[in-house]
Ligand binder design. Structure first.
Ligand code: MTE
Ligand code: MO
Length: 198
């Protein structure tokens, strides 16, 4: 059993995606879009081969009031952006293999821990938690961290995402509250922004 399942990390799957809805791993592709030379479709393994594997220790924090810390492995967003090279955009649009999408402001993508994640604690990311590949954006509410990632598009016009169209905040900045720390099972107060205090 994977680390997240072991510590009973909640699983969100708004689109009701099933493993059979994903292409087989050898055919799984990610599409990059926008005003960049790198726009196109990449088989996941080819995509990953462009990058050094990085591990980031940070928290995923849900507006539904839980937060989980883990060692997430994958492609550092800043490495990805170096590879993308010149690109002009105001937002980044993320879409899953289901009917899920979300958009993040350019400014919010500068956090150095943002990761395109395919491993947790050295193991492949499980389907339930967004495997084979998802976003981990520790500075925003979890609904901005798209699971079962299919598209990363650099865009100029805002697109309303799945939860955003249902009333969630467009920016998704983490607000002060009390939430469940999944790692310890304790409820903790957070001050807002990326959870760095525990
Ligand atoms: N494709 C997709 N991505 C998604 C979601 C979803 O339902 N579908 N839920 C979001 C929400 S609200 C949160 S809090 C996190 C939860 O990640 P987890 O299910 O791995 O705990 O995934 C986000 N990414
Ligand atoms: Mo969430």
């Amino acid at each position: 059993m994977g680390y997240l399942k072991n510590i009973k990390c909640p699983i969100f799957n708004a689109e009701g995606l099933k493993p059979k809805d994903l292409p087989p791993i050898e055919e799984y592709f990610i599409e990059i879009g926008g005003n960049t030379d790198k726009a196109g479709k990449y088989l996941l393994k080819d995509f990953l081969s462009n990058f050094e594997k990085r591990v980031v220790n940070c928290r995923l924090t849900s507006v539904s009031r839980f937060s989980v810390r883990a060692n997430w492995g994958g492609v550092l967003w800043s490495d990805f952006m170096k590879w993308v090279g010149d690109v002009t955009y105001k937002y980044v649009y993320f879409e899953s293999y289901g009917k899920y999408a979300t958009v993040v402001e350019k400014e919010d993508m500068s956090n150095e821990r943002i990761l395109i994640c395919n491993e947790v604690e050295g193991e492949p990311l499980e389907f339930a938690y967004g495997g084979p590949i998802r976003m981990v954006i520790p500075n925003l509410w979890g609904y901005k961290s798209c699971k079962w990632l299919k598209r990363i598009f650099f865009i100029d016009e805002y697109i309303v995402g799945f939860w955003e169209s249902r009333g969630y905040d467009d920016r998704g900045l983490i607000e002060p509250c009390v939430l469940l720390d999944v790692n310890t099972g304790n409820f903790k107060k957070i001050k807002g922004g990326e959870v760095l205090e525990f």
